[in-house]
Design a protein around this ligand. Sequence first.
Ligand code: FO1
Length: 308
Amino acid sequence: MITALAGGVGASKFLDGLCRIIPPEELTIIVNTGDDIHMFGLYIAPDLDIVTYTLAGIVNPTMGWGIDGDTFNCIDSLVAYTGGERWFNLGDRDLATHIYRTQLLNEGRTLSEVADLIRRSHGVAARILPMTDAHTPTTIVSDEGDLHFQEYLVRRRAQPKVMGLRFENIGSAKPAPGVAEAIRQAEAIIVCPSNPLISIGPILAVPGMRDLLKQTSARVGAISPIVGGASLKGPSDRMLADLGMEVSARQVAELYSDFIDIFILDLQDAELTFEIEKIVSEVVCTDTVMSDGEKRTALARATLAALM
Ligand code: FO1
């Protein structure tokens, strides 16, 4: 059994590769829900949906989120009513997921129950768990004031300077059902190449999570989302710099150094191997840039070979 910690787009590409080389029913994915947001009365869970749609083979391949070929009629009509701008693109078919999820949550089902129903109806064999059933949205403390993560990332295109992060309500959150067991019982645990601050960070901030990762007998490996001093996708590099951290794979390794056994970094960063070996017991250097399907599976193979 393999357990993965995942954010959105980068993680999903890796997980797609992984599911092509192992039986997907042997995989449990613990997903960040700090990006979750209420909009138009609906509960939107972007990373859960990105992982589900990618593994179902229906994600928009250009954007890495949303459903391929989706249309945007409903959101355009909604925006016309409210007189606002269409800054968050909820597609018509994607909206069905949010309506279904919200209806079930309103009926008293938990986020983990709903995530399971949704992934099963899309024929996804891997188990997909939210990190917690509580709503713990990420707030970006910025030079423009406090912003919900999606407002910072999508509406303001990651332009505001990040001065701090807050994971709301995290202190009282519990790991979702199945999360602790998936970490304790795994043969190997993989931290996907996701933003260490706002994708993996919220998962690690759920009380008890870091201790579970430190105590598991499984080997834990993390893949760097920073390559050559820049993030491949998203604002990880800018956020690290804004928060006074080094923009490097070494910095990512340091953020995880208390619970990982292996750090996987890109060939472009090979010269950092020696430095990272001072903080993590094993360092593996391989091609981590997943520019096509073959590279996704190659990275998954290299990661498993290092871990098992
Ligand atoms: N990202 C964007 O950059 N623009 C969007 O309009 C947008 C809409 C959207 C709708 C549903 C969904 O599940 C994800 C969506 N994303 C969008 C992606 C999302 O903002 C982030 O990439 C993730 O939260 C980070 O993993």
